[in-house]
Design a protein around this ligand. Structure first.
Ligand code: ZN
Length: 149
């Protein structure tokens, strides 16, 4: 067991797997969108690079970060979930995930769209950590807003 306070609280395999083996760790140098976020309260930090193809879809993502298990798992899941999506589809996914963090349970179809992200419902039992799960998404939103169109 890694010496992480939350590893023992969050028994969900998917969360632990993303925490221990973050997806897309390689930095992308020529990214169209750069998104960074930090939450000094628990030392969470996320950094994303997002490459967009000619069709306006995410072709590649890079994710680096430090912080608590929930934050890092959420960032890793995000970096996977947005691949192949347009910015509009990412916004829809963000809405779905925000709803989830407010306790709105997804229907079957929405759960399929959320994929691994749906496992983060475990966070609802620890309200103080909801912010940690949402940090990657607010960072991404800021990054999209700031990126040249
Ligand atoms: Zn955190």
């Amino acid at each position: 067991m890694a010496p992480d306070d939350l590893d023992e609280l969050f028994g969900d395999d998917l969360i632990l797997d993303h925490r221990r083996h973050p997806r897309n760790p390689e930095h992308i140098d020529d990214a169209a969108i750069i998104a960074d976020g930090a939450n000094p309260f628990c030392g969470d930090e996320v950094h994303f690079q997002i490459a967009i193809d000619e069709g306006g879809r995410v072709s590649d993502t890079g994710f680096q970060g430090v912080g608590c298990a929930i934050n890092q798992a959420s960032g890793s899941m995000l970096s996977e979930a947005i691949k192949g999506k347009t910015l509009g589809e990412i916004r829809e996914l963000h809405d779905l995930f925000s709803g989830l963090m407010k306790g709105r349970m997804p229907n079957k179809e929405q759960a399929a769209v959320l994929g691994d992200l749906a496992s983060l419902t475990a966070v609802l039992a620890f309200p103080i950590r909801i912010k940690c799960a949402l940090l990657p998404w607010s960072a991404l939103e800021d990054g999209i807003t700031a990126s040249p169109k």
